[in-house]
Design a protein around this ligand. Structure first.
Ligand SMILES: [Cu+2]
Length: 67
């Protein structure tokens, strides 16, 4: 099941790949899709929101919550 989260601070393709890599290394096998314009990150295959939150924050971005 996929979940979409609001993330602040992503401004370019480098940011979106940082977020993507961070989530994928915290949750191997996860699917991650970033929508820069809306500041949205859709994650597939991770049940625990906290795993996503920590990965996003550790990568230097602000995890707002479920979108
Ligand atoms: Cu950037």
């Amino acid at each position: 099941m996929s979940k979409t989260y609001k993330v602040e601070g992503m401004s370019c393709g480098g940011c979106s790949s940082s977020v993507e890599q961070a989530i994928k290394s915290a949750a191997p096998g996860a699917g991650v899709q970033v929508e820069l314009d809306g500041g949205l990150v859709t994650v597939d295959g991770v049940d625990d929101d906290a795993v996503v939150a920590k990965a996003v924050e550790d990568a230097g971005f602000t995890f707002v919550g479920p979108a």
